[in-house]
Design a protein around this ligand. Sequence first.
Ligand SMILES: *Cc1c(COP(=O)(O)O)cnc(C)c1O
Length: 501
Amino acid sequence: MSQLSADRPAPALIFETGAPGRATHYVERSRPHGEFLPPELLRSELPLPDNSELDVVRHFTQLSHRTFGIDLGFYPLGSCTMKYNPRVNDAMANLPGFRDLHPYTPDDIAQGSLAVMYELERSLSSIFGMAAFSLNPSAGAHAELAALLVAKKYFKDRGESKRTKVIVPDTAHGPNPASAAMCGFKVISLPSDARGRVSVEEIEKVLGDDTAVCMMTNPNTLGLFEDHIAEIAAAVHRVGGLMYYDGANANAIMGNVRPGDMGFDLMHLNTHKTFTIPHGGGGAGHGPLGVAAHLVEYLPSPVVRAIPDGKSDLRRAPSDGMRFELDFDRPKSIGPMRSFWSNFAHAVRALSYLYANGAEGLKSVSQLAVLNANYLRVGVSEFLATPYPEICRHEFVASAQELKKATGVRALDIAKALLDRGFMAPTVYFPLIVPECLMMEPTETESKETLDLFIEALREIVETAKRDPQSVMAAPVNTVVGRIDETRAARQPDLRWRQSG
Ligand SMILES: *Cc1c(COP(=O)(O)O)cnc(C)c1O
């Protein structure tokens, strides 16, 4: 059962529970309240509460139980790769030499940190078949924008500014067309065929000398492998366009196929999805941008440059025998997308994950992710339509269209009912081409037992919908908050605490 419970009273705000003189100073009792803060931050007009340490700990612990995360339960949010985040990665990022790195640290005394960036960059390039990566962008969408800026600059340098169109399949993730539009390109949406894929005939209809970039992901967001990818890439290259790979969800391909070998010129990764960095709730992300050889000089600045130190030719790791420096002198670069080292702690976490797995380990990560997705797909297909009944990759889509016609219960209601049963909901209503879509991605870190429990919960919801649709439409009733007005919550968020009375 869920950790979330409607009958648990809301924890009082610490502003409301405080009382003068209650603060405890275990460190040094003689110090008056607030003396641990630099004096210039103290403003006497602020009504800061005086709370005991115990009350503060309880307050934040209770708050932490009123939300849901991967550490609490199964989180099959399609296209988000919500896998276990190994704690060893955090331990590595917390090593003082990494954690306390100052943005202005001179290269000479930051060699270890530069080596981390270099090794991560080299490893990603080899795993994904690209010439080089930039670790600078700090999210998937941020890297997409960087990639399109690279493409724009590349075409400008070649005197091909007439290339104004970006082709995006109708299965694409929302940020793809948004990034293209932000970059000033015209977006051409490409319909998928009956097999849920881009066909060579369809793409040839829109290709021309105004084609700049074709943005795709493979497997696509239906979880299906684009089996004509080599012909598609060849057709785009024939007219002089570039192929862009949205690698936010690289969980099905690591160690099996490489975007570089499929013909892609640019790609991004979400290390905060595939490489186990905690995400969700808008936390800091990390979106390395990879490019083929002809685009390397356009990558964001700085990049880590390795210079053989002439001292050692013992190469156990790519960084052995090397001296590193941050290279800012790159005249063709699109410039920095982020200041200083970007989200360096995430580079440490990603490298820690790569080292823990090794090449063979990453391959089995992908194989298990695909196995889990197919196990779930077959289980779910017993009671919900799965519109593309074939082997999927890391995720798959189901549709509640028939159930809605018969009972009025929609994908959204199923999602809410799952919350009542202690599971995070799948992604709903995406991709847009599947009506009443539920998109599920179990990842490799879930056990068979967990997948079975989830399948049974879903089956029970569908059966309840047929018997008593109203009860499913009323869900969730066991969570801290019931149905909320999600549109208003996003458009007019009310985030301020106001003193009562
Ligand atoms: C998550 C995702 C993105 C966007 O990544 P952010 O880090 O959230 O900006 C882009 N494309 C796909 C396919 C994704 O799943």
